[in-house]
Design a protein around this ligand. Structure first.
Ligand code: BV8
Ligand code: ZN
Length: 246
């Protein structure tokens, strides 16, 4: 199924079942934030994926910090869009039947009100000392890269080759194994283990819906595709299920 309208199955399962939403950089595109592999794919001539690695940080911490400082600045200047807000409404209406697992590190889901959220790849708003491990939330864009212990601080995100926070992935995988409906929005479904979550859900009987204007690596393996931007499709889904009608 394509286009903007959701199937009766998706609506029924949203109304009465357990729902897992998995999001990627595409849900922040309508807030003006660059995606990882989008048309504006390069950042100052660098492939973002080559910067999101511990090797890049060890080799050239200043350039990696510049990349993340630019993303912190962009995220600070951005606002949640209707797609983020629709997911926060789903959480309010469904309560503990709903969980959001995001690959995004920009903090826009939290600013839209999402609290039942698993951050699979960390957050650019957290920084960690590579020597003493001290990690904390740092909103000051001019934060020093040096810890009082003298160690160099790094962004609190999961880089390629690094394990995801075990509790985060386990919580998302557990929700996937019990989900009746999975909404996969704004992700190219290339990066594992996050991209493996819809498969866990499908095998356990979930109805899987992909929301993405473009086909992706997952498109052949979902029950339903909504070829529309998440900023339009997710509010339409909330509306169609007559949720948030209050
Ligand atoms: C790990 C850091 C092991 C934070 C990120 C070969 C096969 C399988 C796996 C691997 C392999 N080789 C290497 C691996 C493992 C690797 C991996 O999966 N690589 C891929 C590239 C093949 N995975 C890892 O390294 C992971 N760790 O496996 O560790 C381990 C275990 C134990 C002990 C030691 C090690 C770690 C993965 C996390 C990496 N960190 N980011 C940051 O800087 O952001 S991943 C990075 O990609 C971002 O987090 C991003 O979120 C993520 C995924 O990208 P997307 O979110 O999908 O964004 P993208 O631009 O790709 O797509 C956007 C989509 O939106 C598009 O489809 C577009 O059409 C759509 N869109 C656009 N506009 C809209 C829209 N959709 C809706 N509405 C719109 N308006
Ligand atoms: Zn330190």
């Amino acid at each position: 199924m394509s286009g903007g309208s959701f199937s009766d199955t998706a609506i029924e399962r949203l109304r009465g079942g357990r729902v897992l939403a998995l999001t990627g950089a595409g849900v922040s595109a309508e807030s003006g934030l660059a995606t990882f592999r989008g048309p504006d794919g390069l950042w100052e001539g660098h492939d973002p994926a080559t910067l999101a690695t511990p090797e890049a940080f060890a080799r050239d911490p200043k350039t990696v910090w510049k990349f993340y400082a630019a993303r912190r600045e962009a995220a600070a200047g951005a606002s949640p869009n209707p797609g983020h807000r629709a997911l926060a409404v789903l959480e309010t209406e469904l309560g503990d039947r709903f969980l959001l697992a995001t690959q995004n590190v920009d903090g826009l889901h939290e600013r839209a009100g999402s609290r039942r959220i698993v951050r699979l790849h960390g957050s650019i708003w957290r920084i960690r000392c590579t020597r003493c491990g001290d990690e904390y939330e740092e909103l000051d864009l001019r934060a020093s890269a040096r810890c009082p212990c003298g160690g160099r601080r790094r962004p609190g995100v999961v880089w390629f080759g690094e394990p995801l926070p075990a509790d985060a992935f386990d919580r998302a995988a557990e929700a996937a194994s019990r989900a009746d409906l999975v909404l996969v929005a704004g992700t190219s479904s290339i990066v594992y283990p996050a991209a493996g979550l819809p498969e866990i859900a499908r095998r356990a009987g979930a109805w899987t819906v992909e929301i993405n204007p473009q086909p992706t690596a997952l498109s052949e393996r979902v029950d339903e595709r909504i070829a529309a931007p998440s900023g339009a499709a997710l509010p339409a889904l909330v509306e169609a299920a007559a949720l948030g009608a209050s």
